[in-house]
Ligand binder design. Structure first.
Ligand SMILES: *Cc1c(COP(=O)(O)O)cnc(C)c1O
Length: 359
């Protein structure tokens, strides 16, 4: 046997591993998973039937062009089909965007803390991450992000609402920022939680993209639409960005089950968005409950809340787990807690109250 091992790219060294939200332990005392921002509702009956029907044909490759889903999305957002690109979750599309724009020597700007996939996919491409700290209020510092642009900047992520803080940037400040970004730098508006936004000052990226060829909007079926396990997301962008996404896509990456479920979900949108409305009401209840207990909770427009716990983060997560809910700790920083079903939120609020009293 040879002593040497295959040469791997140096960029892979030190890549942080993506930490999925932990599942609720089987058979243990833990009952609820509030660690991955998933939709707590099971699939809608109609969507489930569609997927079950498609399952009978998975000896076949899927429609590589995602024809039906693409045209459904184009119609839904009133954009040309050539401006739509699908991928294996919006993380998959985000990775394609980096692949399409950035390599060694190039810079990718994003807020920090923000979505943990950004540093990973940036480093895989060999590009350099430029992390711009959130403001003390845990909001994107768009002025500082614009100041960070150099000749080497190729892509900027704006996560709106921001994961894990739930905070938003509003129309006026985002437009002012976009006006400062050179036209040859791609701005990716990651709107994974768009459907949960109720603040009317938060712009719809699809409106902003229309007259800005360097703006790309990322959306996903994983959160509000409840298809996290099927892996389908999409981008809306002008040519040639959308064309680059079609070139960099993994062939047949989006399964037929995912395509059919996404189409069925768009057609069942009223029912799905009704569920989102219930989750938004629960969000208000959770935030009010926490504030009533004395917690400082940043204004959230997503399906989760953020508690900046610093050194007490891990202890807090352990208390929650003993009480029956798994949350998502970012050690030394804070805890992100998904708004789930009413009973889960009750268990969480109770645990937070107990912890608060012991402070
Ligand atoms: C969950 C999430 C996504 C979507 O992930 P999928 O790959 O579509 O499941 C994208 N961006 C952010 C900020 C997210 O939190």
């Amino acid at each position: 046997m040879s002593e040497t091992s295959p040469r791997l790219r140096a960029e892979l060294e030190g890549i942080p591993t993506y930490k999925p939200g932990r599942p609720a332990a089987a058979g243990g005392p833990v009952a609820y998973k509030l660690s991955s921002n998933e939709n707590p509702y099971p699939p809608l009956p109609g969507v489930l039937e569609t997927v079950t029907a498609a399952a009978g044909a998975f000896n076949r490759y899927p429609d590589m062009a995602c024809t039906e889903l693409m045209s459904e999305l184009a119609e839904r957002f009133a954009v040309p089909v050539s401006h739509v690109a699908t991928g294996t979750g919006s993380v998959g599309v985000a990775q394609q965007l980096i692949q399409s724009t950035s390599g060694p020597g190039d810079e990718v700007i994003y807020a920090w803390r923000s979505f943990e996939a950004y540093p990973i996919i940036t480093q895989i491409s060999g590009a350099t991450s430029v992390k711009v700290p959130l403001t003390p209020g845990d909001v994107h510092d768009l002025d500082a992000m614009a100041d960070a642009i150099t000749d080497r900047t190729r892509l900027i992520f704006v996560c709106n609402p921001n994961n894990p803080t739930g905070t938003v940037v509003r129309r006026a400040e985002l437009e002012r920022f976009l006006d400062r970004v050179p036209g040859d730098v791609l701005v990716v508006l990651d709107e994974a939680y768009k459907e949960f936004v109720r603040d009317i000052e938060v712009p719809d990226g699809v409106v902003l993209y229309r007259d800005r060829p360097n703006v790309c909007v990322l959306r996903t079926f994983s959160k509000a639409y409840g298809l996290a396990g099927l892996r389908v997301g999409f981008a809306i962008a002008h040519e040639p960005v959308a064309a680059a996404l079609r070139k960099t896509a993994v062939p047949f990456g989006v399964s037929q089950l995912a395509q059919d479920a996404a189409v069925a979900s768009l057609r069942a949108e009223d029912a799905l968005l009704g569920r989102v409305g219930s989750l938004v009401s629960e969000r208000t209840r959770v935030v009010d409950g926490l504030r009533g207990q004395g917690w400082t909770v940043p204004e959230t427009q997503a399906n989760f809340v953020w508690l900046r716990l610093g050194e007490r983060t891990v202890d807090f997560a352990a208390v929650c787990e003993r009480a029956g809910v798994v949350v998502r700790p970012f050690p030394g920083e804070g805890v992100r807690v998904t708004v789930g079903e009413t009973e889960a939120n009750d268990v969480f609020l109770k645990a937070a109250e107990v912890f608060r009293k012991e402070l």
